[in-house]
Design a protein around this ligand. Sequence first.
Ligand code: C2E
Ligand code: CA
Ligand code: CA
Length: 690
Amino acid sequence: MLPTSYSSTLVAFSLIVAILASYTALNMAGRVSSARGKASALWLLGGSFAMGFGIWSMHFVGMLAFSLPISISYDLDLTALSLLIAIASSAFALWLVCQKELPVMRLMLGAVLMGMGIAAMHYTGMHAMLMEPGIVYNPVLFAVSVLIAIVASGAALWIAFRLRREGGRVVYARIGASLLMGCAIVGMHFTGMAAAEFPLGSYCGAASNGIANQWLAVLVIVVSLAVFAIALIVSMLDARTNLLASSLDEANSELVKLALHDTLTRLPNRVLLGDRLEQAIQKTNRGKKHFAVLFMDLDGFKAVNDIYGHHAGDLLLVEVARRISETKRGEDTVARLGGDEFVLLIDPGEPEDASALAQRLVEIIGQPYNISRNVMHVTASVGIAVYPLDGATAHELMINADAAMYHAKESGRNSYCFFEKAMNTNAHQQAKLQQDVRKALENHEFLLHYQPKVVAPDGPMIGVEALLRWQSPEHGLVPPDRFLPMAERTGLIVPIGNWVIDEACRQMRAWQDQGHLDWTIAVNISTVQLGHTGLVEVVSGALQRHRLEARHLVLEVTESTAMRDAEASLIILEQLSKLGVGISIDDFGTGYSSLLYLKRLPANELKIDRGFVAELAQGNDDAAIVSAIVALGQTLGLKIVAEGVETPEQQALLTRLGCNSLQGYLLGRPVPAAQLPHSLAALKQSTVTL
Ligand code: C2E
Ligand code: CA
Ligand code: CA
């Protein structure tokens, strides 16, 4: 055998070339997978060339590092073929790592193909040496070298696949991986070289088409370094522009998201919903199907905000949004319009789908909420409009779903309701009414009427109940039933109610100044008012402002209001009672009080609901109820008032059953303060004639 030796400088160079080739290849893989279409194909082409050339030049420089005591030349065609094989296997490898997935089987197959490719390149390159007689290979080392090529390829493919995405930490990982891959490639090469034995007496068939050694070394190193440099620079520049472009993209989509989404719940907003509605209309027109719009509004959200504060209110809304999102189907759109209004677009959606979903939403939203260590309750009222039956445009659908929602609220809340033609006018009226009432407060269009409460059976008058009226320039004198339910729903009742308290105290002061020192004035307090944190301050403020002793003011709270959130009501009623104001349980007999709870209420008066009084006759059921209420009241030490007394028979019977005082048209209708003396005079006269 011929003795062999290596030039250590060239070996070092071959290692550097291998590492650089690996780094370039990894970079290129990143480019191929982040580019699209034509750009991606170009990167694949350029990448395979750079990588193939890299591997090949490593091999070639390695060959040149190797020296035999005879001079060596290479066959040009075979050398070119070995370069081609390197480029082809690189192309295959790059393509493989840029697929979406790399399952184990594919990785293994790729490793085998690429390893064989590299081995083929190496041995074709060896074969290009113009040696006579041929090289003899040690079969074991030969097999080991192929194995190393396969294993190294597998590792390289796996690493390249993992590192193909761009990013800061990837750079260091790539450098590490290139070192590893470079060493593996070099290892394969030198194992392959070790497998080669050159029989003694070999000579190099230096022919005319052979190329001389030292020139080649210089040429290959320079060219390959140039190729890497160009490939790397281009690749890095491209990555940088891409990074810039993608961060611009991100910023842009974040802006779009902000403009189209609600900031609190991150749900689509009104604008995006409008867009989706238009799309749904177009799609449905083509397919002749239906879609449905569910308009949801929370019942009792205002109270949560008022009692627990806005932060808790916000958290509750976020939780409601989450529950809706979890309940809806994947293809449906849920949006928040603002406040406590949500809309669900069910597309496609037949009426049956809509009612099933609405029912589920009502149930899920109605479950208790655990927020900031408080348990809160809200319910949802849902209105449904179906396209195209209930509206031809997005706007019409929304208006009609909203009208249906109002209807659901009106008919007892916590339910859903389909749109019907008749609701439409109603919705418009409601919206206008709300606006008008808002203005009424600013324009001082509210006033109070006063109805006497007299000692049974016929006086004297011991006080009045203040009853709200709206003197509307458009509608005339409006009774409270016409606008209070809406004011209650929208929270307008709070400012209106505050005005009532103040005005009643002012009037009472005026009467006291006229010498009526023993009268009391009763003011009605609604559920939302009682739930509002400011109530105690409002009451004490009004008393102070008008220099009124608290015992002259009575607050009437209906039985159902007091029972609604029993423990919370109790706390507020106790605070009010501590101020010294009287508490009267209004409409008694219509709610479902527990006796135990009633005992704890700091009330001093029960008002028998006028429903029992209306049909009252000797010996009937209502008479039995009234006498039971009287007995109960007496046991609890409460005064009993009967309201709605219209006939002398009722008057006589109620007095006999034990009521302390009476109120009703018979004894005096509600009148403006100025007419009260007149009304009292009439009362006296009627007693005289009795
Ligand atoms: P309420 O507290 O039960 O008030 C008594 C209602 O019965 C009044 O109706 C009164 O006009 C009416 N009424 C009085 N005597 C008779 C009678 O002999 N026969 C009949 N059929 N009715 C009689 P109004 O003024 O329309 O008030 C209705 C309800 O509106 C009140 O019921 C009360 O719940 C509410 N309300 C009135 N004013 C206010 C207010 O300032 N604030 C609040 N929160 N609610 C008010
Ligand atoms: Ca009342
Ligand atoms: Ca009443």
